[in-house]
Design a protein around this ligand. Structure first.
Ligand code: PGA
Length: 259
């Protein structure tokens, strides 16, 4: 089945307000007429309002890079005594549609686990936010030949107990950690192999029809010059773009490569 390609920009810890405004304004001009590719930008929390004003009337959707929730007494926490956190309900209220969860930088620096990601995804579903769930192996794991099992544990852990109809609308981003911000991209064949594996796990968990709907993005040094070949792979349905999303022209070129 044909899945609409989805290119999302992960701005990470970058862009003051004026820079965020310039970046999104520049991007909006370049992609104004694009309808056949889904597009999102995920600025830092503080720039969300700035960006929201500027994506109105453009094809660009608004995303966030994280959200906080835990399960308490069987319910997802959306407010309360959790200093410094931002809940899915708050993001929804701020006009956000997509949320990146379980990014490897959050796993590496902020103790994110599959169980925590699972609680966050559940909370996002409750308020109608769609997650971009990140998985991917470390270089040592690839060298040991355990990529598929590492990714399988992450996918199963992150999605444990979640309803099929919500999973169908969610996105999984396969991001080999050794390719993130390193300029070292997975080859199209390497990426396709893991993407196909992820889809086969989804078939086991949810059946063929749901597995066919889930979009699986590739992330890790995707650039204008390698995007086309990656995006031509059967199970690569888009990209999660870090560095190259900080330049409007580069990000737009990746979007155009997805057409
Ligand atoms: P990169 O980052 O494109 O800079 O490698 C991708 C990501 O971390 O989502």
């Amino acid at each position: 089945m044909a899945r609409k390609k989805f290119i999302a920009g992960n701005w990470k810890l970058n862009c003051l307000q004026a820079e965020a405004a310039d970046l999104v304004n520049g991007l909006a001009q370049l992609v104004q007429s694009v309808q056949d590719v889904d597009i999102a930008v995920c600025p830092p929390f503080l720039s969300i309002a700035t960006v929201r004003e500027r994506v109105k009337g453009t094809p660009i959707k608004l995303g966030a890079q994280n959200a906080f929730s835990v399960s308490k007494d069987g319910k997802s926490v959306m407010s309360g005594a959790y200093t410094g956190e931002v809940s899915p309900a708050m993001l929804k209220d701020a006009g956000v549609e997509w949320v990146i969860l379980g990014h490897s930088e959050r796993r590496q620096y902020f103790g994110e686990t599959d169980a925590k990601v699972n609680a966050k995804i559940r909370a996002c579903y409750e308020v109608g936010l769609k997650p971009i769930v990140c998985v991917g192996e470390l270089l040592e794991e690839r060298d040991l030949g355990i990529t598929n099992s590492v990714v399988e544990i992450q996918v199963r852990g992150c999605l444990a107990g979640l309803p099929a109809e919500k999973v169908a609308e969610s996105v999984i981003a396969y991001e080999p950690v050794w390719a993130i911000g390193t300029g070292r991209t997975a080859t199209p064949a390497q990426a396709q192999e893991v993407h196909a594996h992820i889809r086969s796990i989804l078939v086991v968990l949810y059946g063929q029809s749901v597995a066919d709907q889930v979009r699986i993005q590739y992330g890790g040094s995707m650039k204008p010059d390698n995007a086309k070949e990656l995006l031509a792979q059967k199970d690569i349905d888009g990209g999660l773009i870090g560095g190259a999303s900080l330049k409007a022209k580069d990000f737009a070129d990746i979007i155009l490569a997805a057409r």
